[in-house]
Ligand binder design. Sequence first.
Ligand SMILES: NC(=O)c1ccc[n+]([C@@H]2O[C@H](COP(=O)([O-])OP(=O)(O)OC[C@H]3O[C@@H](n4cnc5c(N)ncnc54)[C@H](OP(=O)(O)O)[C@@H]3O)[C@@H](O)[C@H]2O)c1
Length: 343
Amino acid sequence: MRTGINRQLRLTSRPVGDIKESDFEYREEPIPSPQEGEILVRTIYLSLDPTNRIWMSDMEQYMPPVEIGEVMRGAIIGVVEESKNQNFKQGDLVSGLLGWQDYAIAEGNSGFSLMRLPAPLPCPLTTFVGPLGFTGCTAYFGLLDIGQPKVGETVVVSAAAGAVGSIVGQIAKIKGCRVVGITGSDEKCRWLVEELGFDAAINYKTVDLESAIAQACPDGIDVYFDNVGGSILDAVLTKINLHARIPLCGLISAYNATEPVPGPYNYSHLLMKRVRVQGFIILDYIPRWSEAISDLGQWLNQGKIKYALEVVEGLGNAPKAILKLFNGNKKGKLVVKVSEEPS
Ligand SMILES: NC(=O)c1ccc[n+]([C@@H]2O[C@H](COP(=O)([O-])OP(=O)(O)OC[C@H]3O[C@@H](n4cnc5c(N)ncnc54)[C@H](OP(=O)(O)O)[C@@H]3O)[C@@H](O)[C@H]2O)c1
């Protein structure tokens, strides 16, 4: 039996509109002990993701919502502190859906909710919350499996300077496409073009979006990787090409909505241009994970993919930090450092 405190953040109310810090409750509990078949995991990094907002709501969704009073669900990277499961040993590094807390008990056979990271690590541990984690795989399968970009085509991605979007654009460049990113600040636009090699970037907050898209996409749009929905989707549809593909990855512009969101208004373009729109959830691709990791790992090593990581210190800052996903006040992947990496 370990002594010590397990700090936790529990969901205390379902947000109305923007997430509020008061939607979470801070609790201290004893560190739990694993039973036969279980392991005790110490959280090192907690990933903050737009889908946290979905899980906090009781809208129709792809897995059960977090119940009021439950520890907030979250993707983490951690280290096995104690194992009563023959498949894991103390010191193993793992990733999984374990929650906003210092320590969690995991069943060693819980599939996607717990994966062992390679040992020795081929790259920094934080890479596994970014390009080699859920967000990198989302970019990879969404773009390549659903978007099916071809050399010379034009790919547009929204929330382009974010965790998923920044990787989407770089994969599309690797595949020989013209790549245009849409994001919410001039500084992020510069980063996309000057550092990540996008062909053009549009600050959707300061321009007339339809004309900016027309200018940046003179040959129209063949693949639109949609992270956002709403008015950006409508503007993109005005320039969509015949037989274009739209991987529908996320709808962040609507996650905080308090009323049903109307649109898209330019829906008819999907018919006239015979466009294929396909929603996808990355969890469905778990059986093919190694394909993505192998390619993404190689591109990272070759310097063909770069990534930015914003690290917020301390579990207690997670409820405030998550707002950055919605006000855009960050670049690349957002994570909370909960405890130290093993030396
Ligand atoms: N389908 C799946 O399995 C799957 C998996 C992972 C993520 N996703 C989805 O992919 C999208 C991106 O996720 P991520 O983890 O990479 O997050 P992210 O892009 O790192 O962060 C979210 C970004 O969205 C932008 N944004 C926020 N509100 C917006 C609005 N109203 N209109 C336009 N842009 C807005 C902000 O950047 P700006 O400065 O550009 O506004 C913000 O930085 C989300 O919709 C998420 O739900 C889906």
